[in-house]
Design a protein around this ligand. Structure first.
Ligand code: NDP
Length: 281
């Protein structure tokens, strides 16, 4: 029988721990503060931002909200970031992506001070991760490490195959698994014999962005499968990049969608915010 890796329960436990830490900090007169910037009216982004604000409230992190119109120029956004970088009472800055087309995401990511880069997207944060120095780590891959560890999945020495090489999931995921001493293979759209490569994995991490693409043909018997994908099907049901019903019986442990990786992303953002007290001061 396979284990369902319960991201909801694990993220709740993590948020409770963070709440305790923040209460202790409050006793020393310190309150972490996150500035959240939303540009435009993308409904999905508005929901994400709202969930982040709710998580801050639960943990006791102060959140400052900046809701800017769709027509905001890159210059205006960079100016706001500059002001927040210089504000000692702000520990973390988060700009919700995607941004309207007149604004270059790269310029915005680079403008955020690496000391306040709680999303872990700044080149300096990515570089620190690459060479094993302290710094913020992208929340989704960091959340997956937390899921594996708290589910007692051994990583060291295991064959790990990651499908996807995006800057926010696949690449940092590969660095984190390497840091945990896994033997790591990264696959992408040009990988040949994908099924064969995936079948080698003791731990298979899937971040492709294609609903239910991964079937049992890609999975070694007894592997651990982590599904990063999230898609809304017709009828509003959610699914991942993995065909859960087909794959689960062949695994030793698997994350569901919803309730797997998703809840961990926000919990890790909160962890980064609490840790920002040490980084940003
Ligand atoms: P991207 O679209 O940026 O990257 C997808 C990756 O998958 C690329 O590296 C691409 O290869 C690879 N790929 C695409 N098709 C294939 C294929 N047929 N075979 C092998 N590799 C393929 O996506 P993200 O990394 O941003 O996100 C992946 C999924 O995770 C999405 O469903 C997204 O919604 C979800 N997500 C969920 C989060 C959460 O909190 N649960 C957070 C972030 C993302 P190539 O580089 O060659 O194009």
């Amino acid at each position: 029988m396979y284990q369902i890796i319960d991201g909801k329960a694990i993220s709740t436990a993590l948020k409770e721990e963070l709440k305790e830490k923040v209460t202790k900090l409050a006793g020393q007169g310190i309150t972490p503060c996150l500035a959240v910037i939303l540009v435009g009216e993308d409904p999905a982004s508005a929901v994400y931002v709202n969930n982040k604000k709710k998580a801050c409230e639960f943990i006791g992190i102060k959140s400052l909200s900046y809701e800017l119109p769709e027509s905001t120029s890159e210059e205006e956004l960079l100016k706001l970031i500059e002001t927040l970088n210089a504000d000692d009472s702000v520990n973390g800055i988060l700009v919700q992506l995607p941004l309207p087309k007149q604004i270059h995401e790269d310029a915005v990511i680079k403008a955020i001070s690496p000391k306040k880069d709680v999303d872990g997207f700044h080149p300096e944060s990515v570089g620190a991760l690459c060479i094993g120095q302290p710094g913020y780590v992208s929340c989704t891959p960091a959340g997956i490490i937390e899921l594996l560890k708290r589910s007692n999945v051994e990583i060291e020495g295991k064959e790990c195959v990651i499908i996807g090489r995006s800057n926010i999931v696949g690449k940092p995921m590969s660095l984190l698994m390497l840091r945990e001493n896994a033997t790591v293979t990264v696959c992408h759209s040009r990988t040949q014999k994908l099924k064969e490569v995936c079948k080698r994995a003791d731990i298979l991490i899937v971040a492709i962005g294609k609903p239910k693409m991964i079937t049992s043909e890609y999975v070694k018997e007894g592997a651990v499968v982590i599904d990063v994908g999230i898609h809304r099907l017709e009828g509003k049901k959610l699914c991942g990049d993995v065909d859960f019903d087909d794959v689960a019986p062949h695994t030793s442990a698997i994350t569901p969608v919803p309730g797997g990786v998703g809840p961990m992303t926000i919990a890790m953002l909160m962890k980064n915010c609490v840790e920002s007290i040490g980084f940003s001061s």
